[in-house]
Design a protein around this ligand. Sequence first.
Ligand SMILES: Cc1cc2nc3c(=O)[nH]c(=O)nc-3n(C[C@H](O)[C@H](O)[C@H](O)COP(=O)(O)O)c2cc1C
Length: 367
Amino acid sequence: MSHNTFGHLFRVTTFGESHGPAIGCVVDGCPPGIPLVEADVQADLDRRKPGQSRFTTQRREDDRVRILSGVFQDERMAAQVTTGTPIALLIENTDQRSKDYADIRDKFRPGHADLTYEAKYGVRDYRGGGRSSARETASRVAAGAVARKVIAGVRVRGALVQMGPHGIDRANWDWDEIARNPFFCPDAKAAAFFADYLDGLRKAGSSAGAIIELVAEGAPAGWGAPIYGKLDSEIAAALMSINAVKAVEIGDGFGAAELTGEANADEMRAGNGDGPSFLSNHAGGILGGISSGQPIVARFAVKPTSSILAPRRTVTKAGEETEIVTKGRHDPCVGIRAVPVGEAMLACALADAFLRHRGQVGEERRP
Ligand SMILES: Cc1cc2nc3c(=O)[nH]c(=O)nc-3n(C[C@H](O)[C@H](O)[C@H](O)COP(=O)(O)O)c2cc1C
């Protein structure tokens, strides 16, 4: 009933609350023999970690990960490898400040899960939202680092392509730019604009939403399944499960509805013996629920941060009308740190699709 597990063969269960002693995950189903050390996981966690710029929450979490199980190395082995047993990854919470939340414990924060957790469970951890806090997404990033190793031939990258109503100029797209600005933005000019835009919103006690684009290159044709297990739906479920995500698109997504059949159908020419070569990728690399060998492209929209300094009207647990100002430390645009989280979820969905494909049909087949 509790739905804390994602995936079928590559199976991730996360646990923990934002203000508990630790969070983490158990990755079950990872094949044996894959080199895996803490540094592999840490590198991804460091990209999501808070407090790295003035544009993310000032909560200072080191997010140091420990691998508790599922790996082994002795002196005869060149590297520490996975053993095929459950991999437990633990991240301690080191910067919880429960006092930040004391004055809001009986009020329902608009845009948060307070009201719905109360309605469902009758008890809730009001300190930062407990389990509903996006602190949980650190565990997803940790699991995603393992997933990336399972599909080592696939490169999964993400980019922030819109903040508030302001989109990037796709002509300026440069993947290298992503590591050079605090927004994971591939357009340097747009990143400079976002800095001023977000500063203005932050100082006004407001926040902005964002759109993130994910691209997975190197997945062969054949991953995914028809009908109820469509790769599109698995990826959409993975991304939609991230906090604050309100929409997911595959390929051209909603934009496909505006195209004609001629414009939308991705034409093919003979390739170089490595499957056909496509003249476009409106489908986002998935046809009939199965990967086509083209880059897999997904986008997701993240709503603006709900915890803002501007006073909002709400009600108390007792049903009285009141106002709320959320102090604490919050991301003015949660879409920024959602980039590595989205990458992780796509990697997990693809690792699962790869293992299921291998389980059913074995070796890769070229069209
Ligand atoms: C990486 C990340 C960080 C987030 N940080 C915050 C935050 O600082 N303040 C906030 O109000 N919401 C934040 N959120 C969003 C909330 O967790 C989320 O909106 C809330 O739990 C309600 O869930 P829902 O929006 O999925 O319905 C964050 C989301 C993500 C993905």
